[in-house]
Design a protein around this ligand. Sequence first.
Ligand code: SAM
Ligand code: SF4
Ligand code: SF4
Length: 374
Amino acid sequence: MGESIIPLADLRYAAAVPRVPAVAEPANGLLADRLGRPLHDLRISVTDRCNFRCSYCMPKEVFDSSYKFLPQTSLLSFEEITRSARLFVAHGVTKLRLTGGEPLLRKHVEVLIGMLAGLRSVAGEPLDITLTTNGSLLQRKAEALRAAGLRRVTVSLDALDDSIFRRMNDVDFPVADVLSGIDAALRAGLAPIKINMVVKRGTNDDEIVPLARHVRERYGPAVILRFIEYMDVGASNGWRMDEVLPSAEVVQRLSAEFPLEPLDPNASGETAERWRYRDGGGEIGVISSVTRAFCSDCNRARLSTEGKLFLCLFASRGHDLRALLRGDYSDEQIAGAIGLIWRDRDDRYSELRGALGADPGSGERRVEMHYIGG
Ligand code: SAM
Ligand code: SF4
Ligand code: SF4
């Protein structure tokens, strides 16, 4: 690709400074990678910090008081994020997801949402803007987020039982506060709300049915509960295959209690397989990131907290867009660089792992989830 690896003092992961084409092909919303996959979804990590220490993401032993989070100057500013988002949108992105770390910890994040809400897709439509949160600050922030232009939220919630929840977030945070956050988000009109539960066999799999029952009874179809297979992202969580509960088993256990029937996908590239309760109690989703790879239509790019572009959740190298954003480059030049990077993409980690039955990685340290977002 002609890229060079430039070691910088604050560089967390290997990253190449992108090549800027001498004559950039104009962005026309029709970009496709080497496997013919378009670019529709941009996930932006707005902070690498979090007030939880979920063991599958930021285990306490690694992310302790001596861990050095990124300094403020390393973070992309709201202007830099908005400029990047605009260039991605020109290439066909229609959906933006703010994530992290815990995105609601980023000061004045609603100002950023307001800026992003001003963007329009290639077709001239408003973008689908959403945010994934642990819900701890949602009660306080839901109204302001909605007013700024956020349309919906995804709340992570791994258990209904207070003691299991406190153990999983590992900072003794009470489940009642997250449930109040979900109520506040619904009152503010952030709907439909999705709730994501990461299922770890032996840790919270007994919570599948109780949580589903709670969501059905309290919210009905206004809330979609989704079960995510515990993934081997990053290098800190000590992942083991025997702790993964396959989605097929989730569906089986739920069906025994509340009969389910499959639904068609909403859009190509959607990560969740959709099911609905036969009695009209609403919809659920399962995300089989381990047992059923969905790389073949993966249209997601990820922008890290410090402005590196990652083409796959399991990547170990990024592309240092911040170097261009802070250099003397025009929008056309940066859009041209993004175009080159996406056209060269051939990542399909989960598919390869499924085929090989083992980690197909390069041996390099993989990027952590809190840094590029889920
Ligand atoms: N802090 C926010 C939250 O928890 O919703 C946003 C960032 S978090 C990294 C995004 C999503 O990734 C969450 O739904 C979380 O449960 C999920 N996640 C983190 N580590 C995971 C893992 N090892 N396997 C599966 N999902 C994971
Ligand atoms: Fe924080 Fe979300 Fe990671 Fe949990 S999953 S540690 S809430 S970033
Ligand atoms: Fe996309 Fe990579 Fe996940 Fe495959 S493994 S679905 S390419 S993020």
